[in-house]
Design a protein around this ligand. Structure first.
Ligand code: FES
Length: 157
């Protein structure tokens, strides 16, 4: 939850600068990982900008997230080496298992799925990372077990 005082501070810092709406969103997203709806509503009042305009800006730039980030970030490498070794199959498997597309977060907030270009370890292609963990030479059959490590962790919490 973003406190009104914090928001006022951010707004006053950017209020008179050009492109202030974007800069305010950047600060909010850096701090909270996304731009919550209640913040958009407060900003609409504070900056006297219609809420529809705020959402127009937020949805135009892919950079801004409107939902909280997933607890774990899955990155599937689609760089050339990984692509040639079947990264597409992995991506499809993950999408199917989690029922989300790239850039989305699962309903339970556990996973966010990203597609990236070359993680710098092409010798291990195809590569998938989950947070700081690197999985190399991944086969689509391995995907359920890999994901299970993180879902089990949730069940045991
Ligand atoms: S292309 Fe995937 S790690 Fe380089």
């Amino acid at each position: 939850m973003v406190k009104t005082n914090e928001l006022k501070k951010i707004v006053s810092k950017w209020k008179d600068k050009e492109g202030n709406l974007i800069m305010v969103f950047h600060e909010i997203q850096n701090k909270y990982g996304y731009v919550p709806r209640d913040v958009s509503m407060k900003l609409s009042e504070m900056l006297d900008v219609p809420l529809a305009r705020i959402y127009e800006v937020l949805t135009f730039y892919n950079y801004f997230d409107l939902k909280p980030p997933g607890k774990h970030t899955i990155s599937v490498c689609m760089g050339t080496a990984c692509y040639l070794k079947g990264a597409n199959e992995l991506l499809k498997k993950i999408r199917d298992l989690l029922n989300i597309s790239e850039g989305e977060t699962t309903e339970d907030g556990l996973f966010k799925l990203n597609v990236v270009r070359c993680l710098g370890c092409c010798g291990l292609a195809p590569v998938v990372t989950i947070d700081e963990d690197v999985y190399g030479k991944v086969q689509k059959e391995d995907v359920p077990d890999i994901l299970a490590k993180y879902t089990k962790e949730k069940q045991n919490a």
